[in-house]
Design a binder for this molecule. Sequence first.
Ligand code: ADP
Length: 291
Amino acid sequence: MDWSEIEQAISATMGSQFHIDSRHPAGGGCINDAWQVTGQGRDYFIKLNQPSRLDMFEAEFDGLSGMFEVGAIRVPKPLLSGVASQRSFLVMEFIQMGHKGSTEQMGRQLALMHRKTAGHFGWHRDNTIGSTAQQNNWTEDWVGFFRRYRLGNQIELAARKGIGSHAVGLVEKLIDRLDCFYTDYQPLPSLLHGDLWGGNAGFDADGNPVIYDPATYYGDREADLAMTELFGGFDNNFYAAYANCWPIDPGYAVRKTLYNLYHILNHYNLFGGGYGMQAEGMAGQLLSACR
Ligand code: ADP
């Protein structure tokens, strides 16, 4: 890897010469190579991948920018993306991560970020969830959006991957009946992180909450909350502070399974295995809640 093109690109973006004094592999990213790069007293966090993944980095850049601009919760400031030396790259602010901070503050700040709303559901571009394409076409109604661009898209991929006709049938029936989860609940198009599992949230060295690696779009805030519950890592103080800032509708207790079904189907599409059975169980459970 020849880093000089990246040095030049950073120099051009920052308007001052940048030379790398040292670089270290950073983080334990699932998808990309990540580096901490230091020069002239500045630190950058740089992700690298194959040139074909430029689009993914451009989408991550836009998602980080969207959340950074709102300023409700700390997000690494993205600087540039591009292709250099046969690698696509994304350069952002390096944040020294710490081990502890206030989960209460994280809950409050997430609620504040969710207060940023748009006129429609979606985002100005598609992005990725894991490495699966995530479609974000602007849509007026949430149920239509979630039906088509979330569950509908994932079950189509899962059917092609061989999830089995029973699971496909259950999810399709569920998709037909989605309205039943929204009889007295009207979500707002809130700015979402979109992939908020514990591995994508932490604290900086001063204890401030930080979120990163998003799959941003405007959607029902309950979708972000549901994902925090899927693999754990967020404590009661987080949820209490969130709800204190912006109370949660009681129907969330059922809808969270619906929102997490999207991620479990995505996990089936990415990793296969037992996620197929888990998705089938969730779809069955949701259908019984719908009678
Ligand atoms: P991937 O896209 O490969 O999954 P992530 O964005 O999740 O990579 O980053 C991997 C790890 O690197 C994170 O778990 C986090 O600890 C760390 N990290 C992410 N962004 C930054 C940053 N801007 N500065 C410092 N460390 C970061």
